[in-house]
Ligand binder design. Structure first.
Ligand SMILES: *[C@@H]1O[C@H](CO)[C@@H](O)[C@H](O)[C@H]1NC(C)=O
Ligand SMILES: *[C@@H]1O[C@H](CO)[C@@H](O)[C@H](O)[C@H]1NC(C)=O
Ligand SMILES: *[C@@H]1O[C@H](CO)[C@@H](O)[C@H](O)[C@H]1NC(C)=O
Ligand SMILES: *[C@@H]1O[C@H](CO)[C@@H](O)[C@H](O)[C@H]1NC(C)=O
Ligand SMILES: *[C@@H]1O[C@H](CO)[C@@H](O)[C@H](O)[C@H]1NC(C)=O
Ligand SMILES: *[C@@H]1O[C@H](CO)[C@@H](O)[C@H](O)[C@H]1NC(C)=O
Ligand SMILES: *[C@@H]1O[C@H](CO)[C@@H](O)[C@H](O)[C@H]1NC(C)=O
Length: 427
């Protein structure tokens, strides 16, 4: 699926470019050379036809990045990365990676022995979000503002996100986009659109692995090549994010410490919509609907009267984006406020570059939702997807899907991954 890179080889790139050229010529004149042009495309198939963007092509050709969709490592001759890595050594605790190499892609930690006292505040083990290592801030799992949903989406940029981003624009709704570095390299104009539309960009690592299974230098490189000055998000979008979300929530104090040393706040969630699992592990579209509905019911019954929350949702595919659109109006009615994570926490300077800012929470809720300094937003395309469809139309295996639903605590028992529930599919 999406793990097979569209830019896996030069040959693939060349044939893809030829295909793109032919396609572009035969279709009505679409501009595939700018963010604004790309944002106008409404046919998902055309949106997902590869194009080339010179800065990315040049950087990849010059081996300035690890291969996309593979675990990042520090490039042997990258003296800047090496110097940065050396400079944070004293901040990295002596904690070993978790699990076996197989856990890196499956999340199956069943053969791994870990003390029940949870010495490293390992989220996958018990959803720990308050680090035990001194000097680390707690993860942002809920948001402090009452009746507020920290609104964000993982795994983008998705090539076919125009209908969804148009929908957000039409509703003057901003969100936090947790972008995968490899997707940013594949879909640079789609990444640029987030900034143009006034969304907040955070990092979701380079290749989307279980980060606690990686070595220190791999964890560093998964962050470094995604975000730091001169690297993917900076190269493509022009900004250096200061926040990240661990893929699968898999974080512990070792990984937190490396993120913290690189200026990245760790953002997690309290609820998993399980939209990413739809069609797998017996998770159905109806289960995902129910998860949204449970969150809405709680918002209506006063559960968030003193502090707001965060639910995990995705820009992964048509289904996950359609669900977001389908439930938007209900969420907005049930919660008083839907705001990006940075807005929910008054993080008015979301990037290292000081010429961009987010509105404060008070500004946002009184109508100032735009990022100061953002380039003009692309004109929204004419398509207006209402997202009113009821399901993705896929067929599903039947059977118990209780894992997919919120349990009594309102939190998916993600520790199931630890006790032998192997998360074979990736999101
Ligand atoms: C590293 O070496 C490769 C050739 O092996 C070169 O293309 C690349 O530009 C070098 N990268 C850096 C950061 O110096
Ligand atoms: C984006 O969404 C489309 C439609 O569901 C899907 O085919 C594609 O694999 C997704 N992934 C990326 C990286 O764009
Ligand atoms: C709201 O509903 C949830 C789910 O049914 C329930 O667990 C919770 O106790 C309720 N909270 C209040 C304040 O009624
Ligand atoms: C955000 O700023 C406003 C205004 O200063 C303040 O009332 C509110 O408590 C702040 N919220 C957070 C979460 O810091
Ligand atoms: C912000 O500053 C950077 C250089 O530091 C520049 O490349 C970029 O265009 C500026 N953006 C805006 C919106 O002023
Ligand atoms: C996307 O999902 C919606 C809702 O499930 C559906 O109506 C629509 O046909 C899907 N679009 C594509 C291109 O698959
Ligand atoms: C899915 O449901 C079937 C039938 O109930 C069951 O045998 C299977 O173990 C379930 N799979 C998962 C991953 O839960």
């Amino acid at each position: 699926m999406r793990w097979s890179s569209l830019f896996a080889s030069q040959a693939a790139v060349s044939s893809a470019l030829i295909a793109t050229t032919l396609f572009t010529l035969s279709a009505s004149a679409q501009d595939r050379t700018t963010e604004q042009g790309e944002a106008q495309i409404t046919d998902p198939n055309q949106e997902c036809t590869p194009y080339s963007y010179a800065p990315v092509t040049a950087a990849l050709a010059a081996n300035q990045f690890p291969p996309i969709w593979t675990i990042a490592t520090i490039l042997p001759n990258d003296t800047n990365a090496q110097a940065k890595y050396q400079s944070i050594q004293s901040q990295i605790p002596n904690i070993q990676p978790n699990g076996s190499p197989a856990s890196t892609s499956t999340g199956d930690f069943s053969g791994f022995s870990y003390p029940s006292s949870d010495p490293d505040c390992w989220w996958t083990f018990d959803q720990c979000t308050t680090p035990k290592l001194a000097g680390l801030p707690p993860d942002l799992a809920g948001v402090p503002e009452p009746n507020t949903l920290g609104y964000g989406f993982d795994d983008g940029p998705n090539c076919s996100h125009n209908a969804f981003y148009d929908f957000l624009s039409q509703n003057n709704q901003k969100a936090t986009m947790f972008y995968i570095g490899s997707n940013v390299m594949d879909w640079p104009f789609e990444a640029q659109r987030a900034l143009a539309d006034g969304h907040e960009i955070c990092v979701h690592t380079w290749s989307h692995k279980y980060t606690t299974t990686l070595t220190n230098d791999e964890v560093f490189a998964e962050f470094y090549y995604s975000t730091l000055s001169m690297e993917a998000i900076k190269l493509v979008v022009g900004v250096t994010p200061t926040c990240w979300r661990p893929p699968y929530g898999d974080v512990d104090d070792r990984v937190r410490a490396i993120a913290h040393a690189l200026g990245l706040r760790t953002i997690i969630w309290q609820y998993d919509s399980n939209d990413w699992r739809e069609g797998f592990n017996n998770v159905t579209a109806a289960d995902v609907d129910q998860n949204y509905e449970y969150l809405i019911a709680r918002a209506q019954n006063g559960t968030y009267a003193t502090a707001g929350t965060i639910m995990l949702t995705h820009e992964l595919n048509n289904f996950t984006m359609s669900e977001a659109m389908k439930f938007y109006t209900q969420l907005k009615a049930a919660f008083k406020y839907l705001v990006p994570m940075g807005v929910a926490t008054n993080q008015t300077q979301p990037y290292v570059e000081t010429n961009y800012s987010l509105p404060s929470f008070d500004q946002y809720i009184s109508g100032t939702t735009t990022v100061t300094g953002a380039v003009p937003a692309a004109t929204a395309g004419s398509s207006s997807s209402t997202g009113s469809g009821s399901s993705s139309g896929k067929t599903h295996s039947t059977g118990a899907a209780s894992r997919a639903l919120f349990d009594g605590l309102g939190i998916l028992a993600a520790g199931a991954a630890f006790i032998g529930f192997s998360v074979k599919l990736l999101a």
